[in-house]
Write a protein that binds this ligand. Structure first.
Ligand code: AMP
Length: 445
């Protein structure tokens, strides 16, 4: 047992996992750019108030899951927390930098780590990656559909075909209060059937009961009044617009009137995505929605907004579960060449040749150990390199041998021509640098 391990709820992304996450990230960045979203980065931590005001004090994320940083006197006792989600920080930046005077909507994207002090379990980490987009300043409904279609495309391009997009509208400050009052009265009438955790929610945030993970509350929830039956005309029209645009784009969705999302700031459109065959909250691979009150809550002028956060760690889990991750999990490209030498101690020559190849843009490794040539060549083959560049004493160092490790052939190449030769060989015929020259006998070298 090692003395130190990664903190509970976190994990190290070793090269294979980190490569896969990087590819998902690159896919998101490329897609977001294609849809007109510009990159943005905000600090890893913010004043606690940004999250309290933005996300809502009576949510799990703020009540229990914030990673608080210990304040120091010299900072005037400001309280900070690691970001549990990106929207509040981005909206804080929108207000701070006066982005309301930029052309609207302001469309930004970030892919970053989020932190929640949650109870760790499969697929639920205390540190995880989100691919996020935000369109601030557009009331929709067309942009709502555009964003949902972007999410849909992201999953498909990542290799995931079987997933469900749950869609709902949760109203706005005009119609939601009456709905919440009706819902509260409904649950009050059934108090005896509510478990303690849900009873506590009834007092503070009854909408969250609809989101309950508790089995016994499910029947109660099924019979509860539906928010979509209580939308005001403006919200109903907006929701119909979102649906009509999704239909026009051919994006499949499932209406789910019990979807409320965990954060307080949502208005109108809310959506969440689950891989096929799962519905547990810890398997959601993404979610998003409209937050028309958030800019104002954080001190800006009233400005509508919508965005999503897709959980890359969970997308990777879902891809691997479905056995559909060949591209995301493809091995790293092998080096084009490994530079080896007949003089075990001459690391200078090997490193110099490899450095020249790298300067010319070629992926090359140099054998930096002082083992015998045979062992060096074995290691080169294990690296999956196409070529071994063998430095001998040929013509006083003006030439090297280039061995095609697949074909088993080799020939002399002038050192000056080496980068060009290797480049040409990898471009034109990957496994056939050598046109002439006999295959080597086994064990030679
Ligand atoms: P949320 O804002 O909670 O809907 O989160 C958006 C997405 O981030 C979720 O759909 C998940 O894919 C992902 N996510 C949220 N919390 C976690 C977590 N603790 N561990 C891993 N992924 C998470």
């Amino acid at each position: 047992m090692p003395a130190y391990r990664a903190p509970r709820g976190t994990r190290d992304l070793l090269p294979q996992d980190q490569l896969a996450i990087s590819r998902l990230r690159a896919l998101g960045e490329e897609l977001a750019q294609r849809y007109g979203y510009h990159p943005i980065a905000t600090p890893l931590f913010e004043r606690v108030e940004v999250f309290e005001r933005g996300i809502g004090e009576i949510t799990d994320v703020v009540e229990k899951e914030l990673f608080l940083l210990a304040p120091r006197d010299e900072d005037g006792g400001e309280r900070w927390a690691l970001r549990p989600e990106p929207t509040a920080g981005i909206v804080r930046a929108y207000v701070q930098h006066g982005m309301h005077s930029w052309p609207q909507p302001v469309k930004v994207t970030t892919t970053a780590e989020m932190f929640r002090y949650d109870r760790p379990q499969a697929g639920r980490y205390r540190s995880f990656w989100q691919f996020d987009v935000e369109a601030i300043g557009d009331p929709g409904p067309a942009v709502d559909a555009e964003i949902i279609e972007l999410a849909d495309r992201f999953y498909r391009m990542a290799g995931l075909d079987r997933f469900t997009i749950l869609l709902n509208s949760i109203g706005d400050p005009v119609c939601r209060p009456a709905y919440v009052a009706e819902l509260t009265a409904y649950y009050r009438a059934h108090e005896a059937e509510l478990p303690p955790t849900e009873l506590a929610r009834l007092e503070r945030n009854p909408l969250r009961i609809l989101d309950s993970k508790d089995e016994s509350t499910a029947a109660l929830n099924a019979a509860a009044p539906k928010v979509t039956d209580r939308l005001c005309d403006a919200c109903a029209e907006h929701f119909a617009g979102v649906v009509a645009h999704l239909e026009a784009l051919g994006v499949a969705y499932t209406l789910e009137p019990r979807l409320v999302r965990g954060l307080d700031y949502y208005t109108r459109t809310a959506f969440e995505v689950f891989p096929a065959g799962s519905s547990g909250q810890q398997s959601a691979i993404g979610g998003g929605g409209r937050y028309d009150c958030l800019v104002e809550l954080l001190g800006g002028r009233p400005t509508p907004g919508i965005g999503f956060g897709l959980g890359l760690d969970r997308v990777l889990l879902a891809l691997r579960d479905a056995g559909s991750s060949p591209e995301i999990d493809a091995p790293e490209p092998s080096p084009v060449a490994v530079v080896v030498g007949s003089e075990p101690g001459d690391t200078v020559s090997r490193l110099r040749v490899a450095t020249e190849l790298r300067a010319k843009g070629l992926a090359a490794r140099a054998e930096l150990g002082t083992r015998k040539l045979g062992k060096q060549l074995e290691a080169a083959a294990r690296d999956g390199a196409h070529f071994a560049v063998i430095i001998g004493d040929e013509l006083a160092g003006s030439h090297v041998q280039v061995r095609d490790l697949e074909a088993g052939t080799q020939r002399a190449v002038a050192v000056d021509d080496l980068p060009r030769e290797l480049e040409r060989a990898t471009k034109t015929h990957r496994h056939g640098l050598v046109e002439a020259g006999p295959p080597l006998a086994a064990g030679e070298g």
